[in-house]
Structure formats: C-alpha cells, structure tokens
Design a protein around this ligand. Structure first.
Ligand code: GDP
Ligand code: IMO
Ligand code: MG
Length: 420
C-alpha cells in the first residue's frame, strides 16, 4: 500500500505532524521532492523537531526513512540532522538515501543568492538553500548524484562544475570557490553518508511486493509546484502527485490514498499572489496565535483565510482522497472566521483557480462568515467532542470540496489530532 501526504496550499500546512501520525502504522516514509527548503515540525512531549531533509516518519522506530531520487541533498545539513537525532537518542540506521539524488554544493547557495539579487524588486523570496540552482544542474545534466559523490568520480565532477560556476560568479562580481577546500571538506561528508546510499527504487518495489506500507511525504505544496503553482513564484520541483512517481520510481498505479494537508486558515512565505491574504490586524492576530514564523528561514509568514477555490484546485490536480486540517485550535480563538468560496474577477464570479499571476492579482475573495470562539478544544479527542461552531465550519468545507476532513489538528503536539 502506498499513501501520499501533500501540501494543498503554499506550504507549512503541518505536513510533518500528519506524517508523523500516519507513519506509526507504516514500514517506509519517503521524501520525493525538494530539499532543505522544507521545514517540517513535530512536537514530542514539548520538544520540537524540525526536519529539513530526513523524512518526518523517522521518529517512529519501525519506519525505514528514505530520501528518494527526486530530492536535492545538502550533505552538510543532512549530517547535522543525523547528528541531532543521535544526540536525542534516536538510532539513524533506518535511513536510506537514493543513489540518484542530486547534491547541493556551496556554489548552488551562492548562485541562489546571486539570482535573487539580480531580480531586484521582483524577488521570489527563495529560502536561499541553493534549491533552484541544484535542480538547474540536474536538468542541464551537469548535476552530481549521490552515486558520484561516494565514488572516485566526485573529484572530476566537482572540478568541471566548479570551473564553470566560478566563471559565472566572477563575471557577476560574486565570490569564487576554491576547489581544494570544497573537495577536502565534502570528501569527508561523502565518507559519512556512504553507508546510507543505495538503490531505493528497487527497495521500494520489493516492499510493494511484500505488501508493506509506504508513506510518501510531500514537501512544499501544490501552489508552489514548478508547473502547477503561481509561476515564477514557485519552487523548482514537483511537490504534486506526479512528483511522487518521478521522485521515487513508484508508478501511479500503486498509489492508494492521497491526503491533502491544509490549515483552518492559510499562509504563504516569500513573494507571489495570495488572494485571501490579510494585511490587517486580523492577519497579525492569526500570525501570532498560530506562531506563523518560518521553520526554515524564521521569516514571518503572510496569513489569510482559507481559500476553497485554491483547495478545490489542489484536490482536483492531485486526486486528493481526504483532507487533514490543522490549526483548528488557532482559528477558534477568533470571533469571526471567513471562508473564501469564490473569486470575483472583473465583476464576474469565478470558481476555478488559475495560476496566472495577473489573474490572481486581480481576483477579490467572496466570503462566507462563520462564528468563531470555539473555546479550548485541546481536550477534544473525537469529532463529537468538538463545539458546534467548529463542526459547522468543518462541514461547510467538506460540502464545498466534496471531500472528507479525516484528520483534524487541535494543537501542535504529536497527539493533538482527531481522526474520523
Ligand atoms: P509543514 O512544513 O507542512 O510540515 O509545516 P511546518 O512545520 O512548517 O509548520 C506548521 C506549524 O504548525 C508547526 O509549528 C507545527 O508545530 C504547528 N502545528 C501543526 N499542526 C497544528 C495544530 O493543529 N495546531 C497548532 N496550534 N499548531 C499546529
Ligand atoms: P515546507 O515543506 C513554505 C517557498 C519559498 C519561496 C519559494 C521558492 O516546509 O512546506 P525555494 O527556496 O524553494 O527556491 O523558494 O518557495 N518555499 C516554501 N514555503 N514551505 C516550504 O516548505 C517551502 N519551500 C519553499 O519561501 O517563496
Ligand atoms: Mg514547513
């Protein structure tokens, strides 16, 4: 069985928490796209773990955690994460890294910065983790894979790449990199990571044959997809359903459930259109109540109401079979809650999402209003325990999306989740 968890909006929907919960019954947790631009938080007994690369399922000891071929890996960040887990008493011998995953090297990070600088007032607001430049190299066919990294090919690959990158960096007046310094440092990282590298695609297909359970962990989210997001304000990978197949080697016929994760409101980090954004006091209130500051970059997140037009697009595009909705506790602190049920575009009602930036910038949200003030819901362990106003909100979302909200987040803690 292969289940998938995907972000439905602009990221940070609380995928980490949902994945941690679902991994309890799984044999494999697999990251298939993105890199350490992701930040997935899990709170265990008051302690926060923020995963940038390692699949969030790793906290469950029965789970084999896989970094699939679609992921781009900064070796330094990965080693830090492994060490952090070890320091916290977790064995990391259940981690497997695809031999086909590509590397992020220091020059990718510098190029990310350089490209953002050159965009001036049109910045994307990237996480500056080298993601775009690393995927550029992959598709340009000069990227360095894990299988190269751990072999004696690394030296030559790095030499050729660095020569090329230094020409660009120098021409634009940016810092050049010294080959020997990087080679020496990264050869050490290669030795550390070598034992984890293997053919994860074959491993996953053996698991499918053995009827084992696989959970694929989406990073980023639908509206940040390179094809289906609000281009160019997107990331450089495919965080949507197609990315599961290209980023793991698991064909679509094996995929069962596709869970879309949302918050009871919405957020976005970085630039780009955002129809339901609140730039007023309510937006600030949501940011503070929900602690909406980036897990990776600590940037304040833009906050707004939940957008059904965008959600229906994500459900349609990914074939989402159910929804996981986090932060019901957060939204319940407000007196009134708004839900965007359609857009107004040049005086006409529009119910279909279109990623065209100009279209989105000219759409005005049409809202339905709900009563808030749910009170404390931390004690609610089943759907029936929830206050009536919370149920009204949830059931209206289900009606508008024709999709069941199967998981409901009632707090940041690992166990603060209602399953229906
Ligand atoms: P991800 O990138 O989708 O995994 O989400 P992040 O970890 O970046 O951001 C989600 C934030 O919301 C984290 O700080 C979580 O601890 C927190 N969180 C997740 N679910 C809930 C919830 O139901 N209620 C509250 N209050 N916080 C939550
Ligand atoms: P998780 O997995 C929120 C955003 C960046 C920027 C754009 C491109 O935690 O949900 P990049 O560095 O990828 O080139 O930046 O994408 N972005 C995210 N926003 N959550 C994420 O991951 C993100 N990963 C990238 O802020 O707008
Ligand atoms: Mg995040």
């Amino acid at each position: 069985m292969v289940n998938v968890v995907l972000g439905a909006f602009y990221g940070d929907e609380g995928k980490g928490k949902v994945i941690d919960y679902l991994s309890k019954d799984c044999d494999y947790a697999v990251r298939f796209s993105g890199g350490n631009n992701a930040g997935h938080t899990i709170e265990v007994d008051g302690k926060k773990f923020a995963f940038h690369l390692i699949p969030s399922g790793i906290l469950n000891k029965n789970v084999k955690a896989i970094l699939g071929n679609g992921v781009v890996i900064d070796p330094k960040v990965l080693i830090d994460e492994i060490n952090n887990l070890k320091e916290n008493g977790y064995e990391v011998d259940n981690l497997y890294i695809s031999d086909k995953a590509h590397l992020i090297l220091p020059y990718h990070i510098e190029l990310d910065r350089m490209l953002e600088d050159f965009r001036k007032e049109n910045k994307i607001g990237t996480t500056n983790r080298g993601i775009g430049p690393a995927y550029c190299d992959k598709y340009e066919r000069s990227g360095i894979r894990m299988e190269d990294f751990i072999s004696n090919r690394f030296k030559d690959c790095l030499k050729v790449n660095l020569e090329n990158k230094n020409i660009i960096l120098k021409a634009y007046g940016y810092e050049e990199f010294d080959f020997e310094t990087i080679y020496k440092e990264y050869s050490k990282y290669a030795e550390i990571l070598k034992p984890y590298v293997c053919d994860t695609t074959t491993m996953l297909h053996k698991a499918i044959k053995n009827n084992e359970k696989i959970l694929c962990e989406g990073a980023q989210a639908t509206l940040l997809d390179i094809d289906f997001g609000s281009y160019p304000f997107v990331t450089s990978s495919s965080p949507t359903i197609g990315g599961v197949s290209t980023g793991t080697g698991i064909g679509s016929k094996y995929i069962d459930e596709v869970y879309g994760v949302i918050k009871a409101y919405s957020s976005r980090v970085g630039a780009g259109p955002y129809v339901t954004e609140l730039t007023d006091e309510v937006g600030n209130q949501i940011r503070e109540l929900g602690h909406e500051y980036g897990t990776t970059t600590k940037r304040p997140r833009r906050c707004g109401w939940l957008d059904i037009v965008a959600l229906n697009y994500a459900i349609m595009l990914n074939g989402m079979t159910a929804i996981a909705m986090n932060h019901l506790d957060t939204i319940g602190h407000l007196d009134k809650i708004k839900l965007c049920v359609a857009y107004e575009y040049h005086g006409k009602r529009e119910e279909y999402f279109n990623t065209n930036v100009d279209f989105l910038n000219h759409c005005k949200p049409i809202y339905e209003e709900f009563e808030g003030n749910f009170g404390d819901i931390s004690h609610c362990k089943s759907y029936e325990d929830l206050p009536v106003n919370a149920k009204k909100y949830i059931e209206r979302i289900e009606e508008l999306t024709n999709t069941k909200i199967k998981f409901i987040g009632t707090g940041a803690g690992r166990t603060s989740i209602i399953v229906r």
